[in-house]
Design a protein around this ligand. Structure first.
Ligand code: HEM
Length: 387
C-alpha cells in the first residue's frame, strides 16, 4: 500500500493531520517521495524497535553515515553495545554531564540572559541556541570554539541528515561541517592525549575509555548533530507553551516541580525528533503489511506519541498524566544517549529564563511557527520582557 501524493514539504509544514490519517487508515505505508515506509502506530514502532536484527540501524544507503561517518547510530548490537559502553559514562548523572548540570549550567544560562536586550529578543536564536550549543560544547571540551561555530556545525550536519530528497546544496553544507568539525575534534583529541588524566572533558574521557580517534570523531559529530538542535527546540517549545497557556504557567508558578512534568508532556506532544530510520533485513510483516527485504523503514516518533490507541486525549498537555514513558527519546537499542543531559538543559534553561524575566510575553503579531519533519521546532519566538 503506498501514499503517492504525500510530499516532504507537506510533512514539514503540518505533519500531524497526515500522520493521524495514516494511523487511522494506513498505519504502515510506503511514501514514494521519501522512498521509505512510514510506521505510525505505537505498537508497530515498539515491535520494530525490539527487533534490531530485522530492523537494522546499519542502513544502506545511510544519510547518517554519509553526513557523520559510521557511528553508534549506524551500527547494530554487539558493535553498538560496545560503542555505547565507551561513550555513555560521560552522559550519566554521575559523569561529566552531572558535574556540568550541578555546577556550570545555571551560570552559563545566566550569563547568556545577562547579555540579552531587555527591550525584547528572540528566544530561539538569542537564548535557546547559544545555551544548547554552549552546554554540549562545555561537556565535551569544545567550548573554546564559541557557540556560534558549534551551532553552524550542528546546522550543517542536520541539513544533510534530513536531506531525504538529496538536494546538492544541503549535501555540500553537510560536507563542509563534517570536515571542519572533524578537524576540530582531532585537535582536541591530540590535546587530551597530551594532558592525560588532568583532562576531565568529555573528549578526554572518551580518549581514556579506549575509543579510537575515528570512533571519537564520528560519534562526537553524532552528538553535535542531535545534542544541540534538540535541547534548543525543547527550550523553545516549553517556553512557547508557557507563554501561550496562562493556565499551565500559573500551575507551574504555584508548584515549580511540575515543570519537570511539563517538559515531558511537551516532548511527547511535539516530538522534536520525527523518526527512527532502519532497514528491513528480510521480508517482514508489520501491522498486517509485508515490508520487502532491503526497504528503509521509518518509525514515526511524532505519530506514536500522539497515538489514540496508546494515550488518553493524546493532544492534551496533562501534567498529571500517568501512562508511562513517551517515545521522544526513542524506545529501543538506540534510545538517546544524551537524554539526561538534554532534560537538564531544557528545564534549567526555562527556569532561569522566567526567573530573570517574570513578565516575559510573546510579541503580538509575531506568531510562533513550527517547521520541519525530521527535526521540528519553532523558527523564532519574539518576546518582550516588561509590562
Ligand atoms: C533533549 C532533546 C533530545 C531529544 C528529543 C533526542 C532524541 C533522540 C532520539 C529520538 C534518538 C534515537 C535516534 C534513532 O534511534 O534513530 C536519539 C539518539 C541519540 N542521541 Fe539524542 N536527543 C536529545 C538530546 C541529546 C543530547 C543532549 C545528546 C548529547 C550527546 C544526544 C545524543 C544522542 C546520541 C549519541 C544518540 C544515538 C544513541 C545510539 O545510537 O545508541 N541527544 N536522541
Amino acid at each position: 500500500m503506498s501514499a503517492p501524493s504525500i510530499t516532504l514539504a507537506d510533512l514539514e509544514s503540518d505533519p500531524d493531520p497526515i500522520l493521524a490519517e495514516m494511523r487511522r487508515s494506513r498505519p504502515v505505508v510506503f511514501v514514494e517521495a521519501l522512498d521509505m515506509w512510514l510506521v505510525t502506530r505505537w505498537d508497530d514502532v515498539a515491535e520494530m524497535e525490539s527487533k534490531p536484527d530485522v530492523f537494522s540501524a546499519a542502513t544502506n544507503p545511510s544519510f547518517l553515515a554519509r553526513a557523520l561517518g559510521q557511528n553508534m547510530l549506524t551500527t547494530d548490537p554487539p558493535e553498538h553495545t560496545r560503542l555505547q559502553g565507551l561513550f555513555r559514562p560521560v552522559f550519566q548523572p554521575g559523569g561529566r554531564s552531572g558535574d556540568f548540570a550541578s555546577g556550570e549550567l545555571v551560570a552559563l544560562a545566566d550569563e547568556i540572559l545577562g547579555g540579552l536586550d531587555p527591550a525584547g529578543f528572540d528566544v530561539m536564536s538569542d537564548f535557546a541556541q547559544p545555551l544548547a550549543a554552549a552546554s554540549l560544547a562545555t561537556v565535551l571540551g569544545l567550548d573554546h570554539h564559541g557557540f556560534d561555530r558549534m551551532w553552524a556545525w550542528c546546522e550543517g550536519l542536520c541539513a544533510d541528515i534530513a536531506n531525504f530528497e538529496n538536494d546538492p546544496e544541503l549535501t555540500e553544507l553537510g560536507r563542509v561541517a563534517k570536515q571542519e568539525l572533524g578537524e576540530a575534534i582531532a585537535e582536541r583529541i591530540a590535546l587530551a592525549g597530551a594532558q592525560g588524566d588532568a583532562d576531565d572533558s568529555g573528549i578526554g574521557l572518551f580518549v581514556r575509555s579506549g575509543a579510537t580517534p575515528e570512533e571519537i570523531v564520528n560519534n562526537v559529530r553524532l552528538m553535535i548533530s542531535g545534542g544541540i538542535n534538540e535541547p534548543r527546540d525543547g527550550i523553545g517549545l516549553v517556553t512557547w507553551v508557557l507563554l501561550d497557556r496562562p493556565d499551565l504557567r500559573a500551575r507551574v508558578a504555584e508548584d515549580p516541580p511540575k515543570l519537570k512534568r511539563l517538559v515531558e508532556e511537551v516532548f511527547r506532544v511535539f516530538s522534536p525528533v520525527g523518526t527512527v530510520t532502519r532497514q528491513a533485513t528480510e521480508d517482514v510483516e508489520l501491522g498486517g503489511v509485508v515490508i520487502p527485504s532491503g526497504s528503509l523503514v521509518a518509525g514515526v516518533l511524532r505519530s506514536v506519541n500522539l497515538d489514540e490507541s496508546h494515550w488518553t486525549r493524546p493532544n492534551e498537555i496533562d501534567l498529571d498524566r500517568r501512562e508511562g514513558a513517551h517515545a521522544a527519546f526513542a524506545l529501543g537499542t538506540h534510545r538517546c544517549l544524551g537524554e539526561w543531559l538534554g532534560r537538564q538543559v531544557v528545564r534549567v534553561g526555562v527556569e532561569r529564563l522566567f526567573e530573570r524575566f517574570p513578565d516575559l510575553a510573546m510579541v503580538p503579531g509575531a506568531p510562533v511557527v513550527l517547521h520541519g519533519f525530521e527535526f521540528r521546532g519553532p523558527r523564532s519566538i519574539q518576546v518582550s520582557t516588561g509590562p
